[in-house]
Design a protein around this ligand. Structure first.
Ligand code: SAM
Length: 349
């Protein structure tokens, strides 16, 4: 039986309690149950609350999960086929099928049992429901509806089928990628691996950096994020105490300001603030609030870094700032994030 107010969060191992802490800041805190390591169920929480509050520490969300069991691959495939036929409307543009266990959220790897269940389900669809199979897409950017099965043991799991409107409404908490894992290809051009965080944020949050946009990159050295912006054709004011990679220092699109990221202010409002500065989370929270309140940028993408355990009070204040000022906002612990979260927000035009 589906419970409309129930959601499974997939999280990194050891971070189950982060989901509980984060959910506690909801106006009506839901009940949290650890179903398996890295698999936490929230019950008594509405879709509207999930959208408003976000669950940033969830790698992936499975709305209205149904517990199910089978002892064989064929049994799993039959179970999936029945659920798909009943729940994916014929008019759905494209849908995704994702079978995984919790470890996929951390490694991106799909265990063989999960892969075999997917393959067997596709084979059954081919025999029995070609019309549905035709709409099955492997491209996450095309997924409208999503069928997810998380295995908590070889024979047990939770199935969730999310309609196209719900996938859209719950973005970015619900990810089009399997178990929320995003793999950004290596690139030798940017001067640091940090570029992966901004590329992933672009993909996950649909951020758009366009030619001619004016951006500030605070805490920019050595320049991975600035590189992403320059490549997109933006003009960048890069601020750090240390200079960027020489190639970026000589770029006509980059102006470098040596100094403190927290006291720097643009002469006029910018299109983007991106910020990856290493600082106490409360300093970053205050920076986000100032840039939004004073409308110094139209959009922002900022990493909030923690020392040791996350500070959920600060996280709640960041969420309040985003909710108060932005028409669209959210955040996540991206695959490329370590002990940090990435948040974004857009002001009204
Ligand atoms: C994680 S690194 C940024 C990496 C960068 N996003 C990239 O892609 O290469 C953090 C940077 O913040 C800078 N930083 C820390 N505190 C700062 C401050 N108060 N003002 C300016 N820069 C600061 C450090 O010098 C460091 O270069």
């Amino acid at each position: 039986m589906k419970n409309p107010d129930s959601y499974i969060c997939i999280t990194r191992l050891g971070q189950e309690c982060f989901i509980k802490e984060e959910a506690r800041s909801c106006p009506v805190p839901p009940q949290c149950t650890e179903l398996a390591p890295g698999v936490v169920e929230l019950s008594g929480i509405s879709e509207q609350q999930i959208r408003a509050n976000g669950i940033f520490f969830a790698c992936q969300l499975l709305p209205q999960p149904v517990p199910c069991s089978s002892q064989s691959i064929k049994g799993w495939a039959a179970l999936l086929l029945e659920a798909l036929v009943n729940s994916i409307p014929e008019e759905t543009e494209a849908w995704g099928l994702q079978v995984f266990d919790q470890s996929t959220a951390e490694t991106g790897k799909q265990h063989s049992r999960a892969r075999l269940i997917e393959q067997e389900t596709v084979a059954l669809l081919k025999q029995k429901r070609r019309s549905l199979l035709r709409k099955l897409s492997k491209d996450p950017s095309k997924h409208a509806a999503l069928a997810q099965l998380v295995l908590t043991s070889p024979d047990d799991g939770y199935l969730s089928i999310t309609s196209a409107p719900q996938v859209k409404a719950l973005s970015p908490v619900i990810s089009p990628f399997r178990a929320g894992y995003v793999s950004i290809p290596d690139d030798r051009l940017p001067p640091s691996r940090a570029f992966k965080k901004l590329r992933e944020a672009q993909l996950r949050f649909g951020l758009s950096f366009r030619p001619g946009m004016r951006c500030a990159d605070l805490g920019a050295c050595p320049g991975g994020w600035t590189h992403v912006l320059v490549e997109a054709g933006c003009r960048v004011s890069a601020v750090d105490r240390s200079p960027l990679d020489p190639k970026l220092m000589h770029s006509k699109q980059v102006s470098f300001a040596s100094g403190d990221a927290f006291s720097w202010t643009p002469e006029k409002a910018l299109d983007w603030l991106v910020c990856d500065v290493i600082a106490a989370p409360e300093k970053t929270a205050a920076l986000i609030e100032r840039w939004l309140r004073e409308r110094l940028c139209h959009s922002l993408c900022v990493t909030v870094k923690f020392k040791g355990s996350p500070d959920f009070g600060v996280l709640a204040s960041v969420k309040r700032s985003l909710a108060q000022h932005c028409v669209e906002h959210g955040g996540k612990q991206l695959t490329a994030n370590k002990n940090e979260l990435t948040v974004f927000g857009h002001l009204a035009d």
